[in-house]
Design a protein around this ligand. Sequence first.
Ligand code: ASP
Length: 346
Amino acid sequence: MNSQALFLLCALLPMAACQNTTSSSRPTPVVLAIHGGAGTILRKNMSAENEAAYRAKLEEALRAGYAMLDGGSEALDAVTAAILVMEESPLFNSGHGAVLTSAGTCEMDASVMRGDTGMAGAVAGVTTTRNPILAARAVMEHSPHVLLSGPGADTFAREQGLEQVPNEFFQTDRRLQQLEKWRERKSATGSLSEAWEGKPDERHGTVGAVALDREGHLAAGTSTGGMVGKLWGRIGDSPILGAGTWAADHTCAVSGTGWGEFFMRGTIARDVAALMEFGGLDLEQAARRVVRTQLTEKGGTGGVIALDGQGRVSAPFNTAGMYRGWIDQKGRVEVHLYAPAATERR
Ligand code: ASP
């Protein structure tokens, strides 16, 4: 974790510690759920070391966020803390380890939203800000805007004191190899869309978190490098409120991962909340319908994590797997990688 991220955690943790209470006296349950992207995640393709590395990092992210909630910090602090851990890990498609554009650079998108006030912040196409999730939060907290893009977003982040790094910092060998393969496929198929078709493992890997704090407030956040080989300047669903991220206390908090164009056209995150608000569906019904029916029928791939004000979690996806985990109302930790039939409970 970088010094800035560490500073944020250190600044928040003492506050968390002094407000700590035992589980028996906890007034309302706190819950955190995260995802690390959806795609062709199959047990047969996963080495034991790789699986252990993903499980360990997901659990680390969960524990970092949960420590905030357990100590009384607000939901957005937990979302930020969990996402920071994943942005710093090369395992995920966000921050260090983000996928490469067709030009061979990293352009990242991120957003946050509060369920209590409806306030939100986002950045798109940042190339030098080490932790895009902190920039998204800074837009919400220190500007009158919701979404800043491109060099202006990086400049704003720098002016807010957020660490800037060369673009090479984000680029990893694994992602370079992935881009090479993608270029081969693209020249074989002749089109961007066809190069992505049937290869959901190569375009997913976004990270996200949703949290419910002790005050009963929800928050959501999402951070991504987007899709491998994307055109310069392409912006996905992750920084678009209602598409990749949504939070409203009276319904739910949602973070999505998948083929962003489908999430944007389908307002996937907002639709989960809307089905609860206007359709009378519960969280599980709403999230499943949006992913399994709306997204799937349009040909989109991916999934969401969703959390309601009662602390119920739903994590449907239509890909082979989705990196995901949660710490539930009883403090139980679960981490899953594969589709439910193959899911291992822990
Ligand atoms: N939704 C992201 C995007 O389209 C990609 C992903 O979730 O993996 O930018």
